[in-house]
Design a protein around this ligand. Structure first.
Ligand code: ATP
Length: 598
């Protein structure tokens, strides 16, 4: 818990000044709140002692003046510190400086293995809870505590017995709250995990909604979601039922304490130890303090949920990035595009899933898969060469591409880019020199232009219309361009839904080309296309590959027949390399592949 609080304070460190000012305001506010009953008590005493009516009016006016001063002071603090520095800046800071900074430090491989629905759910709940925690602590818990402490001090000062009764009542209340928190932490964690689980199912349905409808699985997935939400609800009911019971107990303690304060005050008045006015003060102060503390039941429930959500969020932030840049990495300024695999072996890491547990060590890599995905792969791709990787499914072709992108580091051996080990190369400049076209091109629900120049965003590179035209020509985007109502400014819909499969591929190629990369990787860029589209894409690959190192991963041999060199892979090994003609005579695996496609 101490570690948890330390971390939260660390996150809020940049906001400590405005928060301190808000705290000062809270103390001022509480003083004003205490002054109200004090003046009311004095008014009662004046009336009972038959003081001149003007004295009573004066106190009433003083009360009004204090109210105005408090309103103005609180308005100033709210505008100056809360609005200006806290309310909007903290969520922004958490989202950008805490979450995004961490998320982008994970390797591509790590992202592939984390369920995006669960990740999103942990981040959303964590960020919201961190923000709400500030509001709760600043605007509920702190005023409540300050009010309680002030009330106890004032009551102790005016009457030791009343002060002690209030103190004992408050301590019992807080002890019950902490005990409740402690005793229910496991059940609450299960409850939150069930929440992430149902969010995962929910987001998977939305991500694959068309596929669900195509397969007429609406009923099936709704039942699954119903079951998950049901499990979440059942756990919630169990947990909150206990809360309700303990909340009743706490309310009883408050009720008894308030009753005792009333009875003791009345006895004091009857015994002439205190005046009727002081009776009014005691009752008003204890009502105000205990009225606030009464809300703690609700705050406590929310606070506990937030605590678990933030802990889970922290466990995500604790995951170590698998790919780390060394200090002073080699910056590839003018890449030539020569790639060498030097005896590279690779096993995919096996990780526990995010929802498994929130212990730090269990969210990191737990082991490596038994079998090597790549075994002792050595190869050289010369600068400007057009090479292809072919082989049966699961042979390890995409893994080769992933390693070139440094989505993972090899388990053994090394990969050299222009003579430098990839582990010492600066990632940003390196990835800027690579263009990748995948089988499923990721597209934004934005304009065609935005999707093409996406790789240049924030790079201060302005692409002219003429250059965009050249890219469209090289990628064959110009072949369907005339059909778009607003040309490059046409919004292409979610995941490019307004485009055909072949058109999406061409946008992917255009995006890769816009970066003017030295290395171009096509990973199954033609496998989902019909023959006509494949011919178009093949032509655009031909055009795009000029002057660049080009790596093509393909099942269809027609796409790669005229590559300078073809690497044939099987079971993670290179089992043949050469031109199409050479391989036809000396590589059995290649011959089998050719035969299977006739
Ligand atoms: P295909 O032609 O079907 O795309 P491929 O030759 O490109 O296959 P890879 O995608 O490189 O093959 O996969 C090689 C092996 O590694 C496969 O057995 C696959 O199951 C495994 N694999 C791929 N990605 C992962 C991953 N993220 N975690 C664990 N294993 C993986």
């Amino acid at each position: 818990m101490r570690e948890f609080v330390k971390r939260i304070l660390e996150i809020y460190r940049p906001f400590r000044k405005p928060m301190l000012m808000v705290f000062v305001f809270i103390i001022l506010d509480q003083i004003f709140i205490l002054l109200g009953p004090y003046i009311q008590g004095k008014i009662v005493d004046k009336i009972f002692s038959k003081a001149p009516i003007m004295d009573v009016f004066f106190l009433a006016l003083l009360s009004l003046a204090l109210f105005f001063i408090n309103t103005i002071v609180s308005g100033f603090f709210r505008e100056r510190f809360e609005l200006e520095n806290i309310d909007f800046d903290i969520p922004k800071f958490i989202s950008i400086k805490v979450t995004m900074a961490k998320i982008f430090s994970f390797s591509i491989g790590q992202h592939c293995n984390q369920n995006s629905g669960v990740k999103q759910s942990i981040i959303d709940k964590g960020e919201n809870s961190l923000t709400n925690l500030t509001n709760m602590v600043l605007y509920n818990a702190l005023p409540m505590l300050v009010s309680l402490v002030f009330t106890v001090i004032v009551l102790l000062y005016m009457s030791t017995v009343l002060g002690l009764v209030t103190l004992i009542g408050s301590v019992c209340f807080l002890v019950i709250s902490f005990y409740l928190n402690y005793s229910m932490k496991d059940e609450l964690k299960k409850f939150q995990d069930a929440g992430h689980d149902s969010n995962k199912v929910h987001s998977e349905i939305f991500r694959n909604i068309c596929m669900v409808q195509i397969n007429a699985q609406e009923k099936g997935v709704t039942e699954k979601l119903d079951q998950k939400i049901g499990e979440f609800g059942d756990l919630g009911k169990k947990v909150w039922k206990k809360y309700v019971f303990w909340a009743c107990l706490r309310s009883i303690i408050i009720g008894i304490t308030r009753f005792l304060v009333l009875v003791i005050s009345v006895i004091y008045v009857y015994k002439d130890i205190h005046t009727a006015g002081q009776l009014v003060m005691f009752i008003a102060w204890s009502s105000s303090a205990f009225g606030r503390i009464g809300q703690i039941g609700n705050l406590h429930r929310k606070g506990t949920e937030m605590y678990i959500a933030v802990k889970k969020f922290f466990s995500l932030l604790d995951i170590e990035p698998e790919i780390k840049e060394i200090n002073n990495p080699v910056k590839i300024k003018k890449p030539k595009g020569e790639i060498i695999f030097d005896n590279v072996s690779f096993k995919y890491p096996i990780r526990k899933s995010l929802e498994d547990d929130d212990k730090k060590e269990q969210t990191e890599v737990s082991s490596e898969s038994e079998q090597e995905t790549l075994s002792n792969v050595s190869l050289t791709i010369k600068s400007g060469q057009k090479v292809a990787f072919v082989g049966p499914s699961g042979a390890g072709k995409t893994t080769v591409a992933n390693l070139i992108l440094r989505a993972y580091d090899p388990t053994n051996g090394k990969i050299l880019i222009d003579g430098s080990d990839l582990r010492v190369v600066e990632l940003e400049s390196y990835r800027e020199s690579i263009g990748v076209v995948e089988q499923d091109v990721s597209l934004f629900d934005d304009t065609l232009r935005y999707n093409i120049v996406f790789g240049l965003e924030g790079k201060d590179i302005n692409i002219t219309e003429a250059e965009l035209g050249d890219i469209a020509h090289a990628s064959c985007v110009d072949k369907f361009f005339h059909r778009l109502e607003n040309g490059f400014d046409t919004v292409i819909g979610e995941r490019g839904v307004k485009l055909s499969g072949g058109e999406r591929q061409r946008v992917g190629i255009a995006r890769a080309l816009a970066k003017n990369p030295k290395v171009l990787i096509f990973d199954e860029a033609t496998s989902s296309l019909d023959t006509e589209n494949e011919t178009v894409i093949r032509k655009s690959i031909e055009k795009a590959s000029k002057g660049r190192t080009t790596i093509i991963i393909a099942h269809r041999l027609s796409t790669i027949k005229n590559a300078d060199k073809i690497f044939v892979m099987e079971n993670g090994k290179i089992v043949g390399e050469g031109t199409h003609r050479e391989l036809l005579t000396n590589c059995v695996v290649y011959q089998n592949l050719v035969n299977s496609q006739i």
